[in-house]
Design a protein around this ligand. Structure first.
Ligand code: ZN
Ligand code: MN
Length: 480
């Protein structure tokens, strides 16, 4: 590739506050359309907005976690544009005085190399409503209608803008992954792309010369992490083709077409001055005191990259395990809780990555909704360690615990899961198996080692997997 790629990402996330940014309306997702509105978020004349303190706090916390400077003074601004989902005809946003600026996010480049992507700004603004296109249920034969739902109008939205430091679609993917992880650790947003609580736009340009910027296009309508990567790959190729032909790139906004797997023109790109930004006259500027910032700083949890390093050092986990287990704060907390009660980190890690996450995935449940607690898992693993439970019985116990939350003692009793280690009864079953499989016995005696496995298997089958396999092995060897 003879061009240098420059990508900048603009990420919008809805904050997890209970009420909207400038009024007391609820932010719950999925309520019937237009049931969470009031004169303020509908933009009726004569009403005044009041700032949501929690939203400012979340933005400061994010700024700190992203290594930004928090500005002691900031202001809101009106961004003027017309669209049916914007009842006021302007969005209250921030312009040249955001809450936080000049930070960075670290990404992994592979082979132990890292890179810092610089962040330009983190600011706070209000979300717009949602347009729904479709048929009204009563008149299905009619022309399609467009509806507007103002429930989303005024929900606090945090915008995180990077510098165009990202040099490949892969780096963009990494940046977004790490950013999402940090926001989820902070619990400021659920970052659910399907419900629209995380949205990402990209601007991208190609240039043949270092230190120079090409004409950029803006990409919209990427609805998943994979979309983002695919859209960028496709746009890199398109721009390179245009440049190869000696033509110029037009500055425009393009939309990602998921079905056609390419970007198409949406509109020519607007400039900041088109929005006629001016200071919001209905809100006082914010003064952010040092003491407040310090207080917020104290509440910031250990962040994913730090926790990843610590898991490797403190628990001697392989990087792969540490990566999986620190993927979410809940998962990492679960692991540490379990290790406190059963101090064999690698064993806990194996069972969590194997059984627990398998069940979580199969049942499509989030970790905070499953019934097996870290203490419950520790109990199962303790039984395995003691030899009371075999590996396969432990899996069964974990599955029951996952669904019912019952304690291990109760499960063993009810399900009769206890491993049979009583030599006398196993001897009887083994004798039976030997008697009924003379060929396997002969094979073994003629030096065919696999035949022993077959006989052990017969005993396991007869005991429904409950026999202690080591003991069965020993008994059969003695007998034949
Ligand atoms: Zn409202
Ligand atoms: Mn915005």
């Amino acid at each position: 590739m003879k061009y240098i790629i420059n990508i900048g990402l603009e990420v919008h996330v809805e904050l997890l506050t209970r009420s909207k940014l400038f009024c007391g309306c609820s932010t719950d997702f999925g309520s019937p359309p237009n049931t969470q509105t009031c004169p303020i978020c509908l933009g009726l004349p004569g009403v005044l907005p009041v700032i949501n303190k929690k939203a400012v706090e979340y933005t400061i916390a994010t700024g700190l976690a992203l290594n930004c400077k928090i500005l002691p003074f900031c202001r809101f601004a009106r961004k003027n544009y017309y669209y049916p989902d914007l009842p006021k005809n302007y969005q209250i946003s921030q312009y040249d005085e955001p809450i936080a600026k000049e930070g960075w996010i670290q990404i992994n480049k592979g082979n132990g190399k890292t890179k810092r992507i610089k962040i330009q700004r983190v600011h706070l603004e209000e979300d717009a409503g949602k347009l729904i296109h479709g048929y009204s249920t009563k008149n299905a034969q009619d022309e399609p209608w467009s509806f507007v739902d103002y429930n989303r109008t005024g929900i606090p939205l945090m915008e995180i803008v990077s510098y165009p430091d990202i040099n490949s679609p892969e780096e963009a993917y990494q940046y977004l992954t790490n950013l999402k992880k940090i926001l989820q650790y902070l619990k400021v947003s659920d970052c659910n792309m399907e419900e629209g609580s995380l949205r990402c736009d990209a601007n991208i340009s190609l240039t043949p010369r270092e230190g120079e910027m090409g004409v950029r296009t803006e990409l919209k309508n990427m609805n998943s992490f994979k979309d983002l990567k695919d859209a960028l790959i496709s746009e890199v190729k398109r721009q390179a083709d245009v440049l190869d032909q000696g033509k110029r790139i037009a500055q425009e906004t393009r939309i990602w077409d998921i079905k056609k797997k390419k970007t198409t023109v949406m509109r020519s790109k607007e400039e900041a001055h088109d929005y006629r930004y001016f200071p919001e006259p209905d809100l006082l500027p914010l003064k952010i005191k040092k003491e407040w910032i310090e207080k917020i700083k104290e509440k910031i949890p250990e962040l994913p990259s730090h926790r990843f390093e610590r898991f490797i050092k403190e628990y001697e986990l392989p990087p792969y395990d540490a990566e999986v287990l620190t993927d979410s704060r809940d998962l990492a907390d679960y692991f540490e809780e379990c290790v406190k009660l059963f101090p064999y980190p690698k064993i806990v890690s194996n069972w969590m990555m194997g059984e627990l996450l398998r069940l979580v995935k199969r049942e499509g449940k989030s970790l905070d909704k499953v019934k097996i607690t870290p203490a419950g898992l520790a109990e199962v693993l303790t039984e395995v360690k003691k030899g009371t439970l075999s590996g396969s019985l432990a899996k069964e116990a974990i599955e029951v615990m996952f669904k019912t939350g019952k304690g291990i003692k109760q499960i063993i009793e009810e399900k009769g899961l206890q491993q049979i280690s009583d030599e006398e009864s196993l001897r009887k079953v083994a004798e039976q198996a030997i008697k009924e499989n003379p060929k396997a016995v002969r094979d073994f005696q003629n030096g065919k080692k696999e035949a022993l496995g077959y006989l052990v298997g017969q005993v396991m089958k007869r005991t429904k997997g409950k026999a202690n396999p080591k003991l069965v092995n020993k008994i059969i060897r003695e007998k034949i």
